[in-house]
Design a protein around this ligand. Sequence first.
Ligand SMILES: [Zn+2]
Length: 247
Amino acid sequence: MTGHAFRTVNARGAAPMIFICDHASNRVPPEIGDLGIDAAEMQRHIAWDIGAAAVTEILAQRFDAPALFATVSRLVIDCNRNWGDPGLMPEISDGTPIPANRGIGAAEQKRRWDVYHRAYHAAIDAAIEAKLEAGQRPTIVAIHSMTPAMKGVLRPWQIAMCAHEERGLNDRVLAELRRNAGIVVGDNEPYNLDPREDFSIPHHAMRRGLPHLQVEFRQDEIDSPAGQARWAAIFATAIQAALAESR
Ligand SMILES: [Zn+2]
């Protein structure tokens, strides 16, 4: 199913899981026109999570679970930020000024929130409601990717789990990931899950008391189909083992 601000894969997937990919796309909707930055910048991590959508699709098929993807660049609106967050419609991102977001008016801010952010999150809400009505308690899994270097500092972690206070499932997945010899796994590095910054998992999973995971794959590991398949398999194996333990 395709919407203006989101798309859904495997909507009828039977597993008690829902995958979400907030930064799946670098698309700028035609009504926005142009953000005023080079086309090359729109290919960078500032515009989207490189490789994350492909990994999410593989996971949705493997688990037979629905997956929802925002289809608007996070430079238009960051679907993992709340209303009022300065990063919601960033004026500058990793050193790149975003001219179209400078001095953006209240009406356009509200329009972007309603048309893109709310529509995407309403679709996630509906998917969760459908699972609850079917008697399932879905695990919400948020898939992100991170740039290999930030502000000149290289990141050693190939995959990183992001957690807040509820660490049960997160820690079981971490332990399973660490069984893979030679893989560098981040635990709340470089990012944690912060309800003051992150929107999606706090809003959809923590608020409802649903089990959840948030993961970051390093972009250079998932920038090819082979890498996407490899890392989706590594993560899926860890999730399956972690969920089996918790039953
Ligand atoms: Zn992301």
